[in-house]
Design a protein around this ligand. Structure first.
Ligand SMILES: *Cc1c(COP(=O)(O)O)cnc(C)c1O
Length: 390
């Protein structure tokens, strides 16, 4: 490969982690199933002298995904996990010990918060939630025992864009580990380690899968943090099943195509929603009037198909009339699949460092691959029902 002209992401996605001639020329790395790996001799067994030593430590299938993700994320290495949430937990547990204090963005994925409040607390690790709009001022919250700054940008549900370079600079100066949940952007739209992030988490359940048919997590690390991440992975042996890894590899090859389409579809629907009288505000970082847009534009290479809206005040029955009659939008958790989804949400009950300011109900949309005109017609009919039920 010509070092002066590095491959583009799309090309990397097609070629990364594949070795057809190590498998009789077949294009895709097959599904290796297995616990036991045989050694050729007593001496080899004692020395663990083999490329693969036991199923939990990796197979050619898991290797293919780890290697490919490492290349795409611009990392030194990657480990896999059986869900996005277990990847979050693994990343944090690689970096904390009893007696530590960690800083976590107030806008993180709610189950990440539950992990901090209900598990880390019990293990003697204290969490302070910080306002995601804090940049370099986060330094004021750092204590002598602070070990981690956990970021998620944009934030879950409310899409705050964090100033990652400013926060990473504080972390580097104070020798803290930065962990970023990068699920929304993926490394294609936000290359985490280039921005100084130590450990980057991706819920592969979302866009890497793209088909709502698997659960998977990935944690990539820079050179400095990879040994501690790999050691934690080996201690837990919390590994995903081979079929799920295979499906993720399959999804990887078309990730850029699907993300670019999700971006186009998402922007089309978000713009349309921003013109509706029932909508008070659209939270989509690529729209110029969204708070955080300037930082998004400075740091990100694209936007995905997940965004939220704040509605003007309406009654519960009117909201139910809107949601229950939708025919193309499904209601359910998770996102990033080929099908459009909508869920209502309310952050006012659990956030502690920010105030949730929706005037009426709030909705999160994941825009799929349907024709956008059909999606708009489904929502327009919903708004008619909503207005009739007022
Ligand atoms: C969905 C999600 C996760 C967790 O992924 P699972 O595979 O469902 O456990 C983590 N972080 C973010 C931002 C998510 O949206």
């Amino acid at each position: 490969m010509d070092e002066r002209r590095p491959l583009k992401d799309r090309t990397k996605l097609v070629h990364a982690g594949r070795h057809p001639f190590e498998q009789h020329g077949f294009i895709n790395t097959p599904i290796y199933r297995g616990s036991t790996v045989l050694y050729r001799s007593y001496a080899d067994l004692v020395a663990r002298n083999a490329k693969y030593t036991y199923g939990t430590h990796g197979t050619p299938t898991t290797d293919a995904l780890e290697t490919a993700w490492t290349e795409i994320a611009g990392a030194a290495g990657t480990v896999l996990a059986p869900s996005g949430l277990s990847a979050v937990a693994l990343a944090i547990l690689s970096a904390v010990k009893a007696g530590d204090h960690i800083l976590v963005s107030d806008s993180v994925y709610q189950p990440t918060r539950n992990f901090c409040d209900r598990f880390l607390k019990r293990m003697g690790v204290e969490t302070t939630y910080y306002d995601p709009w804090l940049g370099a001022d986060i330094a004021d919250l750092v204590r002598p025992n602070t070990s981690v700054i956990f970021l998620e940008t944009p934030g879950s549900q409310t899409f705050e864009i964090q100033d990652v370079p400013a926060i990473a600079a504080v972390a580097i100066e104070k020798d803290l580990c930065t962990i970023l949940d990068n699920t929304w952007a993926t490394p294609l739209f936000f290359p985490p380690h280039r921005f100084g992030i130590d450990l980057a988490v991706e819920a592969g359940t979302k866009y890497l899968s793209g088909h709502a048919d698997l659960l998977l997590g990935l944690v990539s690390a820079n050179e400095r943090w990879l040994p501690r991440l790999r050691a934690a992975f080996d201690l837990f042996a919390n590994c995903p099943g081979p079929e799920d890894v295979y499906l993720a590899l399959r999804g990887l090859r078309t990730l850029e195509l699907r993300l670019r389409e999700a971006e186009r579809q998402g922007l089309s629907l978000a713009t349309w929603l921003s013109e509706r009288p029932e909508v008070a505000r659209v939270l989509h970082p690529a729209l110029p009037d969204c708070p955080g847009h300037a930082i998004w534009k400075r740091d990100f290479r694209g936007s995905s198909g997940l965004f939220s809206v704040y509605l003007n005040p309406v009654s519960r029955p009117a909201l139910a009339a809107f949601l229950d009659g939708l025919t193309l939008f499904g209601m359910g958790f998770s996102w990033g699949g080929y099908e459009s989804l909508v869920i209502p949400f309310d952050c006012s009950t659990y956030r502690t460092a920010t105030t949730f300011a929706s005037p009426g109900p709030a909705l999160r949309f994941s825009i799929g691959l349907e024709d956008p005109e059909d999606l708009k017609a489904d929502l327009a009919a919903g708004f008619e029902r909503l207005n009739a039920a007022r």
